[in-house]
Design a protein around this ligand. Structure first.
Ligand code: SF4
Ligand code: SF4
Length: 203
């Protein structure tokens, strides 16, 4: 195996040539299929095909500001996807530690759509009931107020000082718009996905 060959063909050839994993035995690579399918739906046809080009160089992990202080290892997301270690990846707490800063996306030498792929894997994980509690709480705020980060007293004060209206013209002042948003939440089943309780207006 030459390095050139490894670079040219990515992780698929690496696994075949080293014999670490029999790709035939690993078929069907269901998680990758799911990722590609959802990627087509969300980002357009073939948008995340690049996951197959990951060569596990680790530049994404080395660039990740979250990974410096947490257990998030960006390249592991792609490796577990390619190895079809579905439950291990979908149930991993660290999957939710990505801040979607896109640093890894910009630095990947193979132009793997890293952050978009992580977002897709999270979507799949959420459908399987693995959404992190912190994300559910943010979703609850968005459903309740229309904002993931609703206005607080400090921001109100800043706005007053700047001569602005105390509350911006958003769902926080337009009740009809908030009702519309909540209707969309009901129609799409997002409330059920995050476990939102309409009586408590919280998760
Ligand atoms: S930087 Fe790109 S090629 Fe390297 S491990 Fe990360 S996703 Fe794979
Ligand atoms: S997008 Fe996520 S995984 Fe990539 S560098 Fe930023 S925090 Fe890390």
């Amino acid at each position: 195996m030459t390095f050139k060959c490894f670079r040219a063909n990515g992780i698929k050839n690496f696994l075949n040539l080293t014999g670490l994993v029999s790709l035939d035995a690993a078929k069907p690579r269901k998680l990758v299929d799911e990722i590609l399918e959802l990627g087509d739906e969300i980002f357009g046809s073939g948008a995340v095909e690049t996951i197959k080009e990951c060569l596990q160089c680790g530049r994404c992990t080395g660039s990740c500001p979250s990974g410096r202080v947490t257990a998030l290892r960006t390249r592991k997301v792609f490796l577990l996807s390619l190895l079809n270690l579905r439950e291990r990846l979908l149930s991993a707490d660290e999957l939710w530690l990505c801040t979607t800063c896109y640093t890894c996306y910009e630095r990947c030498p193979r132009k793997v759509k890293t952050t978009d792929i992580i977002r897709i894997v999270r979507n799949i994980a959420a459908r399987e009931g693995y959404m992190a509690d912190a994300h559910k709480r943010v979703a609850a705020l968005a459903i309740k107020t229309g904002h993931a980060v609703p206005i607080d007293e400090a921001t109100r004060e800043q706005r007053r000082k700047l001569g602005l209206t105390e509350v911006p013209p958003t769902t926080q002042t337009h009740e009809a718009a908030l009702k519309e948003l909540q209707e969309i939440v009901r129609m799409t089943g997002f409330d059920k996905l995050v476990g939102f309780d309409w009586a408590k207006m919280d998760v």
